[in-house]
Design a protein around this ligand. Structure first.
Ligand code: FMN
Length: 181
């Protein structure tokens, strides 16, 4: 793909990640060269689809850090979208706990590199009530990350009442375009 607009689409293990192939196609339709990264758990959920997703993006799907002697297999990011963002991944990112997840490591370092960052949580209202959640959202927003939570983004559901097909991917892709326009 010849486009120089590179979107890193980074997903963690919440049900909307199972639709990521359609999201890749939508982003490609908007002119993005998409590189797909997953947490280890999300990669496990999508295991049987990983070869298809790699072929679709034209890049390796990454869920692990590269080895020291290996070159970076992706072109540099224009912008990154971390979605769906689980409670675990958001808190790890905000707290700088990068050891367990390549995408958290990338997103943590991207703040300092000045790469435009958008994230859309996928957490129910019970997770929202945990005292760390609000701290994490404020930390990320304070670092310049655009967090799509509430009206115009992801509106948390009650536990057990999530609807993955209603996850507002379109709002996330619109925010990505706005970040770089
Ligand atoms: C069916 C299922 C649905 C889940 N949905 C969510 C969710 O919507 N939000 C969330 O934060 N965690 C959810 N979890 C829990 C996460 O998958 C779990 O915390 C996992 O360790 C997150 O890892 P990751 O952030 O590295 O992807 C779900 C787990 C399962 C099995």
């Amino acid at each position: 793909m010849s486009s120089t607009r590179v979107l890193y689409l980074l997903g963690s293990a919440a049900p909307p990640v199972l639709d990521v192939g359609a999201v890749v196609e939508r982003a490609q339709g908007q002119g993005w060269d998409v590189c797909l990264g997953l947490t280890p758990t999300a990669a496990r959920w999508l295991e049987s689809a990983l070869p298809t997703l790699a072929a679709l993006t034209g890049h390796p799907v990454r869920s692990a850090y590269r080895l020291p002697h290996e070159p970076d297999p992706w072109p540099p990011a224009t912008v990154a979208l971390l979605a769906p963002a689980t409670f675990n991944t958001l808190n790890s990112w905000a707290l700088g706990l990068t050891g367990g997840s390549f995408i958290v490591g990338f997103a943590a370092e991207a703040i300092g590199k000045g790469i435009p960052l958008v994230t859309m949580p996928c957490v129910n209202s019970a997770f929202l009530a945990h005292p760390q959640f609000d701290r994490s959202i404020r930390t990320l927003r304070g670092a310049g990350v655009r967090v799509l939570l509430g009206e115009g983004g992801f509106v948390p559901n009650r536990p057990g009442e999530g609807n993955p097909t209603a996850y507002p991917w379109e709002a996330a892709l619109n925010a990505v375009s706005e970040m770089v326009s």
